[in-house]
Design a protein around this ligand. Structure first.
Ligand SMILES: CCCCCCCCCC/C=C\CCCCC/C=C/C(=O)SCCNC(=O)CCNC(=O)[C@H](O)C(C)(C)COP(=O)(O)OP(=O)(O)OC[C@H]1O[C@@H](n2cnc3c(N)ncnc32)[C@H](O)[C@@H]1OP(=O)(O)O
Ligand SMILES: Cc1cc2nc3c(=O)[nH]c(=O)nc-3n(C[C@H](O)[C@H](O)[C@H](O)COP(=O)(O)OP(=O)(O)OC[C@H]3O[C@@H](n4cnc5c(N)ncnc54)[C@H](O)[C@@H]3O)c2cc1C
Length: 634
């Protein structure tokens, strides 16, 4: 007799009479029906392997045992690559990020940097000969690499890196050295115990002149013994300059010195997708839990309501739910720009490079910071159970908030965006993705609170805040301040302008995608509600920017507030159906709060029982410490 599958009655009710086709949204997020089929096949292929399951929860292992266990599984995954039903690159993409990969490697993938940065650095910056020599070795895992750029003393300021690569024309070798403690490479993933090669960013010196930071291939460890090579601590020999600019002893400048930063641009682009995947997990966990959890009293005398029926809970969870669609669509647009720009760069056409740099900095900073804030709101919306390690919120938050720092600390990236915006506005040039900055904002300044009218408000704020920042810079200039001081004293305005630009890009991506997309009427309706909710939410959160730059009135704001709460109520009935559309398996969510069946309390109890402390009634430490204390009559 088939075992009755338990489904929490409240979740079951939430799923009845769904007005739209969930699979249509799943296919939209996957990039098409075929991609969904491929993803599900890959998930079954990986998650059905018993050897990839954790015998005990990772949180109860020592640091060294965690590393060993993650390395065991990471290596097993690589052995499974060859027979993957999805092909190499789609499998690698799935295994390196916050989705399928995190279901197996909960503490992180020791081989991630090899695929996410080391190989992309070779592909993006290696010469044909160098790629011929190293790429096959890297893809065959005959070498494990990392990307060693950050030092103890410098992570942000690349022109301040201290590691030096001095070219010796006599031996035609580069001597790499870390001249001081602060020059030690610090932070690179896998550098400590896993990688035996690294792309090392170092200041290139030739003929006594510093030519700036360049990437060098360095062997770190013996390929057989894995022992660090002699002198590896503070003196590295025999590195090779990747994308050699040394021709017969003479340095040949690259067409753009920033091309050596290309690997970081790639990761900034893919990080936008990765933090969105993590946000989808957090929203799914919190939404399902909020429909299972019944607490307090809404109507006196009635049964305790589902906490999702409180408007306050809807206000916590529906904006992040909408954000997952907004960020995904924006990340897709950025990915397309990246490919176009990269193809052009390979042909020597660098015109899109500033747009790509500006937009990748903007979106990476916006998606990571917003996602981190939203994940924390999701965690808090689950009360005490959200605080438990097994809820998976601590791990999800740790992964997302790391993205606010790595690959370019967000504040620094916002200032990069501002530099690009000010230049585009002043020079009225270029600016594919900031076309609105070129020429004057046309049309009446009156406000209409339709979707199109709200998008126009975002554009006014984006232009207006750049102009406010430029006015500040000019004011400082008139007072005789040096440009670098004027820039520093306008930082607050510059960052606001950058953030307004990033939000405009996300808003326009969402609105345009709904216009262009071939969607059924029911899906278009629910996604349009989410879109309108999200763009009003952000406007209400940043209303000062809009008051400053448009004719927005108090009446407009009150109207938008009413529209916002109406949309909360309209979307509430579809919250569970929308997160079900993400099609995130329980193993990927890895949380008793978010499981599809809603069997929260039993799963919480089972998780608690796994703790080593719950394997006996009295822990041995009682007899060692507590009992003597109890007897000591202090
Ligand atoms: C094969 C399968 C692949 C599978 C992939 C799957 C992916 C799965 C998802 C994985 C997700 C997560 C894993 C991620 C792990 C990442 C781990 C972390 C790694 C790191 O952190 S690596 C180190 C990162 N470090 C940084 O980012 C440093 C930040 N600092 C800088 O970038 C620079 O110092 C700077 C930009 C802040 C300043 O540089 P500087 O040289 O001083 O330049 P400026 O003087 O400011 O500007 C001069 C002009 O240059 C332009 N510029 C600057 N940078 C760039 C760039 N990158 N590109 C183009 N142009 C650039 C700038 O705009 C100026 O131009 P202007 O003069 O104004 O015209
Ligand atoms: C989880 C994780 C993984 C990482 N992996 C790698 C890796 O694999 N390889 C690698 O090379 N690195 C890696 N890093 C390092 C990472 O790239 C750096 O930490 C990051 O670039 C920030 O640099 P920093 O640590 O020097 O911070 P700092 O720049 O020292 O930041 C400290 C403060 O100074 C401020 N600040 C700095 N410059 C300016 C400025 N010009 N204007 C205004 N404010 C400024 C910042 O906003 C911040 O508030 C990793 C970091 C983390 C957290």
């Amino acid at each position: 007799m088939s075992k009755e599958i338990y489904e929490n009655p409240d979740l079951k009710k939430e799923r009845q009479n769904c007005p739209f086709n969930k699979e249509e949204i799943t296919h939209l997020l996957d990039g098409g029906k075929e991609k969904t089929i491929e993803r599900k096949q890959l998930e079954n292929y990986i998650l059905s392997d018993e050897q990839l399951k954790d015998a005990v929860p990772m949180e109860y292992l020592s640091h060294a045992d965690k590393y060993a266990e993650e390395l065991r599984k990471a290596c097993l995954l690589m052995h499974k690559l060859a027979d993957s039903p999805a092909g190499q690159v789609p499998t690698l993409r799935a295994l390196m990020g916050a989705g399928l990969g995190s279901a197996v490697l909960k503490e992180g993938n020791p081989l991630a940097l090899h695929y996410v940065m080391f190989i992309p650095a070779l592909m993006g910056q290696g010469t044909i000969d160098q790629q011929a020599k190293w790429l096959e070795k890297a893809y065959n895992l005959n070498m494990i690499g990392t990307y060693a750029q950050t030092e103890l003393g410098h992570g942000t300021f690349l022109r301040g890196l201290e590691t030096r690569a001095t070219y010796d024309p006599k031996t035609q070798e580069f001597i790499l050295e870390s001249p001081s403690l602060t020059a030690y490479k610090w932070w690179p993933g896998s550098l400590g115990k896993t990688a035996n090669y690294a792309v090392v960013m170092a200041q290139l010196y030739t003929k006594g002149k510093c030519e700036g930071t360049h990437p060098f291939m360095v062997q770190l460890r013996d390929e057989e013994t894995h022992e660090p090579l002699p002198g590896i601590v503070n003196m590295w020999l025999n590195p090779v300059c990747i994308s050699s600019y040394i021709h017969y002893g003479t340095y040949v400048k690259p067409t753009n010195s920033k091309l050596s930063y290309a690997t970081m641009v790639f990761v900034r682009v893919v990080v936008c997708q990765d933090v969105t995947t993590n946000l989808r997990k957090a929203v799914t966990i919190a939404t399902r839990y909020s429909c299972v959890r019944r607490q307090s009293e809404l109507k006196p005398g009635d049964r305790e309501p589902q906490v999702m029926d409180y408007q306050a809970q809807q206000n916590k969870l529906l904006p992040p739910l909408a954000a997952t669609f907004a960020f995904q669509l924006a990340a897709d647009h950025l990915w397309n720009l990246y490919h176009t720009a990269n193809n052009n760069i390979e042909q020597g056409d660098l015109e899109l490079l500033p747009d790509l740099h500006g937009l990748s900095c903007a979106l990476k900073a916006l998606c990571s910071s917003e996602a981190a804030n939203f994940v924390e709101v999701c965690r808090q919306s689950c009360g005490g159970h959200g605080y438990m390690s097994c809820s998976n919120f601590p791990r999800i938050y740790g992964q997302v908030t790391a993205a606010e720092t790595y690959e370019g600390e967000n504040t620094v990236l916002w200032l990069q965006v501002a530099r690009y915006l000010v230049k585009t506005r002043k020079e009225q040039s270029g600016g594919l993705s900031v076309k609105y900055l070129i020429g004057e904002e046309k049309g009446p300044k009156t406000v209409d609170t339709t979707l199109e009218g709200i998008v126009k408000l975002y554009r006014r704020a984006a232009v207006g805040l750049v102009d406010v920042a430029i006015a500040e810079l000019d004011k400082s200039g008139r007072k005789g301040e040096a440009p670098h001081d004027a820039w520093n004293h306008a930082a607050v305005y510059l960052i606001k302008a950058a953030q307004a630009h990033a939000r405009l890009f996300v808003v326009e991506s969402f609105v345009d995608s709904l216009k262009e997309g071939k969607l059924s009427a029911p899906v278009r309706t629910v996604l349009s509600q989410l879109c309108e909710l999200f763009i009003i939410y952000w406007l209400l959160e940043r209303s000062g920017d809009f008051f400053l730059c448009s004719n927005l009135t108090k009446q407009d704001l009150l109207l938008l507030n009413s529209k916002y709460v109406e949309l909360l109520a309209a979307i509430r009935p579809q919250a569970v159906n929308l997160v079900d559309s993400f099609d995130l398996r329980d193993e990927v969510l890895n949380s008793p709060l978010g499981c599809w069946d809603g069997n929260v309390y039993q799963r919480l109890f089972d998780e608690a029982a796994k703790s080593p402390l719950n394997q006996s009634n009295v822990h041995e430490s009682f007899h060692k410490y507590l009992k003597p204390l109890l007897k000591s009559n202090l």
